[in-house]
Structure formats: C-alpha cells, structure tokens
Design a protein around this ligand. Structure first.
Ligand code: SF4
Length: 418
C-alpha cells in the first residue's frame, strides 16, 4: 500500500507523523509524498485554534480532489474532539482518535486491506526528507489552561519509557539524522522511573554521538537549577521556547496559566544568565475574553520588554468545550484583529533587533535544502541562514559569515570552519 502522510500544527504532530511514516515503512508499505500516487492519505489534525481546525479539515478533503476514491484516515486532536465532523468529510474512510493512534497502522490495514504485507524491518530514517528528526518523549497535559483543548484531546500527561526513547534516538542516528528534537505536549513534565527531562538529556548526550539536540518547548514555571545545568552540554541547542500567552497578570489568571509575568521574566533572566546567546521564543494570545485595552497594553509592554527572538501571535478563537469559550467579555473580531496586528508589529521589531546581533558573526549551520536558488539551514539558536546555491550539501555542516538579515532570516557567504 502506498501511504501519503500530512500534518497540521505543532512539532508533536510532526514527530507523530514521522513516527507513523516509519511504522508504515516497517510494516512493508511504501511512504510517498505525492497524493496522486497514494492509496491512502493519513492526516494528523490539530484543533489548537479555529484556523488549525479549518486547515485540518481542508487537508482531509484534499484526497477527494483526485477524481478517484483516495481514502483518507484522520487522527490527532481535531479528529479526537470532533469525530462526527471529520466523518462527514467526503473521502474520510476512518477516524482514529489519539488514544488509538499507536495502533493506527493495524487499524488502517484492517480497514483498507484484506491482508496486509508485514515483512520489512523497522526503518531507521530521519523521516520524509528531513535532516532534523523529531522524537516524541511525552504525551498529554494535566495543567488545564482555560482556552486549551489539549487535555481533552490527548489526555493527562504521561511519558515514554527512557529505554524506548534512547532506542529511537539510536535508530535515527544510524539512519543519518544529525539533529534531533525532543517533542511532547509538556516535555518539562517528563518522568520515566526516577529520570526527569534533565536526566533524559544527560543520558542522550553522554551515551549517543548526537551532534545537536533540541527541545521543542519548556514550561516557564519549570526552569530551575537542574534545567539550567542541561546547557553544560554544548550540543544542546541554545533555543528555548517558553509559552507566555499573555504578559498581563489578570489575563493569565483567567487563562488559568500556572505562571505570573514576574515568574516568566525571572525564568528568562535565569536562562539568559546561564546560556549566553540563547534565543527565547514564545506564543502569545491576544483578545482573550475580558481583555481590556489596559490589559492588552500591559501584555504588549511585557512582550516588547522580553526581547523575544520570535513570537507567534494568535488572536483568541473560542474552542468548543473549553472554559474560555463560555467566559463573558468575548471581544469583537475587529478588536482582536487590531490587537493581533499591533502585537505582531512589536514581535517583528524584537525579532529584527535579535537578528541584527548576528551581523558580521560566523555561525555554524546544518544545511537542509535549496529554496529559490538559496541554500538554507539553521543555527543552533534556530535562526534560518541562507547562502547563494553553491558548494554545500544537505545534511552537512557548514560555516557562514552573516552579511545581512532580512525577513526573519540571516544571509551571507559560506566560509571555512574556524
Ligand atoms: S499547558 Fe495549558 S496550553 Fe499547554 S497543553 Fe497544557 S493545558 Fe494546553
């Protein structure tokens, strides 16, 4: 069976779709990138915002465009929270909720094939066309922020056993991955036996010859001495994503976030002191129910003061079944749109200032691919770096002298390693 896989949303969804690709290959199926030659399309959906849910449904409908019956299998958070809605989409043959995702390959075989081949050995590749592979270490969340559907869609926090994670990392390394990213919903909550996230990072970086390890995101309320000590390993990337959601204390209380702006700022200060050059990125929601103009200005000032390397700004959209959807003070769309634009402008200014610090610097890059005549890779701080196409190879390391920064990226010329 030829299987095409797509996903919407976060790095966890990306890690899962890569793991599903490996599981399909391991079961003897062919993973293809072109829907036109696929026998089945598997879509890992997302429901974090109304836009992500819409994109998920659009992707699920894509199979119906191929003038023939291309069965679509949907899984992930939107498929879990709205299975009936997904079933109604033309071409959707099977809905697999998050709880049954681990057995998705068998479910697809049972549903779509009378007897499935199952001969090949586990594939150890970084994933479809990637130099950076994602490894899921944890699932679910027990925090319960008032706007979020994740605890309902993915259940409470639970971790993958340490042994299983180490085995997957070793397999991916053998398959050629140069850079791995540890993902999950709340990876700061990782626990396997007596091992926490710093213990897992220590185990990976001391036992395996991995050149770069990334963390998808950390909880701002969990940046203590043990977490800071993780960066004693220079192979741990100096990029930390900390979700802020709002810089206003009252809004954060309505969001039921377990963190105040002061605690967030203190976590940022500790990281900057312990990890020179660290890039701190974030997510911000604007227009949360009851957000007054004054609260929005508080949040804006806080975001500007934090000097984020990048901030993803979302306008609040009520997700069915959440507490936030029922709160009074839902704001008109035009107010939310205006605040999104203002917050995005502040985020873009901070990003520009962060990137300007790279002018004239020499940085190490893992080359990923060519786009529009330019080769692109990332620094360990997750800055996209481009050079004119030339003497570089994908999945290889190189050095670049930065000559300009523009549009969220740096560009320059390839130079010899120092
Ligand atoms: S911490 Fe909050 S926003 Fe993040 S997944 Fe858990 S409930 Fe959702």
């Amino acid at each position: 069976m030829r299987v095409a896989l797509s996903h919407v949303g976060c790095k966890l969804n990306q890690a899962e779709i890569e793991a599903l690709a490996r599981a399909f290959a391991a079961a003897g199926h062919e993973v293809v990138t072109d829907l036109a030659c696929a026998d089945v399309h598997v879509v890992n959906t997302c429901t974090v915002t109304a836009e992500a849910a819409r994109d998920s449904r659009r992707l699920a409908r894509r199979g119906a465009r191929y003038g023939r019956e291309l069965p679509t299998v949907v899984t992930g958070c939107h498929a879990t929270t709205s299975p009936k809605e997904m079933e109604r989409i033309p071409g959707v043959a099977l809905v697999v909720n998050n709880h049954n995702k681990a057995r998705l390959v068998e479910a697809v075989e049972r549903h779509l094939l009378a007897s499935a081949p199952s001969t090949a050995q586990p594939a150890s590749t970084p994933g479809p066309g990637r130099t950076r592979a994602a490894v899921k270490i944890q699932e679910g969340c027990s925090v319960g922020c008032s706007f979020c559907t994740v605890p309902r869609a993915r259940g409470p926090a639970r971790s993958r056993p340490l042994k299983e994670v180490l085995a997957e990392v070793a397999r991916l390394l053998q398959g050629g991955a140069q850079e791995l990213i540890l993902t999950g919903v709340l990876i700061s909550s990782y626990r396997s036996g007596g091992v926490d996230l710093p213990g897992l990072v220590e185990a990976i970086l001391t036992q395996l010859p991995l050149r770069r390890l990334r963390l998808s995101s950390l909880s701002p309320w969990a940046i203590g001495p043990r977490e800071l000590a993780m960066w004693s390993h220079p192979r741990l990337c100096r990029h930390v994503h900390l979700s802020l959601q709002s810089g206003c204390a009252a809004t954060l209380r309505r969001m039921r976030r377990p963190c105040t702006p002061e605690q967030f700022a203190a976590a940022v200060a500790r990281l900057r002191a312990a990890v020179p050059g660290v890039a701190i990125t974030t997510d911000v929601i604007v227009g949360f129910p009851g957000e007054t103009e004054e609260e929005f200005q508080d949040s804006l000032a806080f975001v500007a003061a934090m000097g984020f390397a990048r901030a993803h700004v979302f306008g609040f959209s009520p997700r069915p079944g959440t507490v936030a959807a029922t709160l009074p003070g839902q704001l008109p769309p035009e107010v939310i749109r205006r605040r999104v634009a203002t917050m995005r402008a502040a985020a873009a200014a901070a990003q520009g200032a962060f990137l300007a610090g790279y002018m004239g610097q020499r940085v190490e890059v893992l080359w990923e691919g060519e786009r529009g005549g330019w080769w692109e890779g990332h620094t360990d701080t997750y800055v996209p770096v481009r050079v004119p196409a030339g003497n570089v190879e994908p999945n290889h390391w190189g050095w670049v002298e930065v000559e300009g920064v523009d549009g969220g990226a740096a560009w320059g010329r390839a130079v010899a390693p120092p």
